[in-house]
Write a protein that binds this ligand. Structure first.
Ligand code: HPA
Ligand code: ZN
Length: 330
């Protein structure tokens, strides 16, 4: 339709994308074969058939298992190049991608290998396509704060070499039972280093976790944040401060955060004045990249062109780039 064409032509920024979650089954199979990793699936079709989730944890189990095929710098490079190709096709101009070093260092992969592969692809995309991209190192919240701290320490020597791309830290993985406060110290240190700070909060966890991310971790964006709606005072605070929420509609649907996309609160939050953005989260696992998320949401919630334009602009407003850079996009 015309509205879909309008969406495809909108310049977009993607602020909630786990690079490991962009691993398509075809690449998973190819890398498993190359690296001699055993997968519990006989075919690409079997992998896709397994992507039926009941909640966040049921997804994370497959997501971490799939990431085990990533071994060399070239693997991380190829993974990131493949994502960038999909992003370019969707008129995504800028990405601030998440990566989970602990998933890889726990398997004996050096953190340098992870940085080099992802950053190499981002730098090549900038040179070749003018594509803008940066990296946010996420701590796995089901692990201890000590583990997060040693991960940050192991990344410190890379700070200067990757100053052009490594811009922040985040917090992901199993939310309920692992509140933001658990990571207060490591976030304080990261922020003191001049890194941007974000955290997943209010995806499955209660509004109290959003308060914790804001008040204790001092985050600059909330990843997901959809459960903010249960706390009217929090909603007012988020609107007044224009605190960005990186919402992922198809993810919320696949992980049963909402039963039906027509029940999603994205439009209500947008109309309440919140800085809502649309993102793909783990596109390979949730069945859609940026345009798929925009189109499915626009159709389900009957968003207007003006609202879609606002959502796309919010992505640039919420990006960790200079005002001058933002003005070059809008
Ligand atoms: N939530 C928490 N952890 C994650 C997610 C998510 O949506 N995707 C990848 N890791
Ligand atoms: Zn996420």
């Amino acid at each position: 339709t015309e509205l879909h064409q309008f969406i495809r032509g909108l310049p977009k920024a993607e602020l909630h994308l786990h690079i490991e979650g962009s691993l398509e089954p075809e690449m998973m199979f190819a890398l498993a074969q190359k690296n001699g990793v055993k997968l519990p699936y006989a075919s690409v079709a079997e992998v896709r058939a397994a992507y039926q989730f009941s909640d966040l944890q049921s997804f994370l189990d497959l997501y971490y298992a799939g990431a085990a095929v990533l071994q060399t710098e070239q693997d991380f490079y190829d993974l990131t190049v493949a994502y960038i190709q999909r992003a370019l096709a969707d008129d995504v101009r800028h990405v601030e991608l998440f990566f989970d070093p602990q998933t890889h260092t726990a398997r004996g992969i050096a953190i340098e290998t992870v940085f080099a592969g992802i950053a190499g692809a981002l730098r090549d995309a900038k040179a070749r396509h003018g594509f803008s991209g940066s990296m946010i190192l996420c701590f796995l919240r089901h692990l201890s704060e000590e583990d997060a701290m040693s991960t940050l320490e192991s990344a410190l020597p890379l700070r200067d070499a990757y100053a052009d791309v490594w811009i922040g830290v985040g917090l992901d993985s199993s939310e309920v039972g692992n509140p933001p406060e658990k990571f207060a110290h490591v976030f304080t240190i990261a922020q003191a280093m001049g890194l941007h700070v974000v955290a997943h909060a209010g995806e499955e966890g209660p509004p109290a976790y959003i308060h914790g991310a804001l008040d204790v971790l001092q985050v600059e964006r909330i990843d997901h944040g959809v459960r903010a709606e249960e706390d009217p005072a929090l909603m007012q605070q988020l609107a007044a401060s224009r605190m960005p929420l990186t919402v992922c509609p198809l993810s919320n649907l696949k992980l049963c955060v909402v039963k039906d996309l027509r029940d999603h609160n994205l439009a209500r939050m947008l109309r309440a004045g919140l800085c809502v953005t649309i993102n793909s989260d783990d596109p390979s696992y949730f069945g859609g990249y940026m345009n798929d998320n925009f189109i499915a949401t626009a159709d389900a919630l009957e968003l207007s062109r003006a609202e879609l334009l606002q959502i796309a602009r919010n992505g640039f407003e919420a990006a960790f780039v200079s005002e001058q850079q933002k003005q070059s996009w809008y």
